[in-house]
Design a binder for this molecule. Sequence first.
Ligand SMILES: [Zn+2]
Length: 69
Amino acid sequence: MNRIKGKGTCIDCGRQLTKDEIALNKKLISLNLMEFRCLDCLCVSFGCDVEDLKIKIAEFKEQGCTLFI
Ligand SMILES: [Zn+2]
């Protein structure tokens, strides 16, 4: 039996994602995105620091972005 890959896990490392991480994926890449990455794997693909992504999340929350509620 194949296990269906859950929507809430990182496609690279399989780690369980938080709502914020999924929202950030959508915000930065595409609203229709079906594959998500955790902050660690995202920053590898973007070539930035995890801290940069955390700042982004905080900024989007401050802007009242509905994805992060
Ligand atoms: Zn990951």
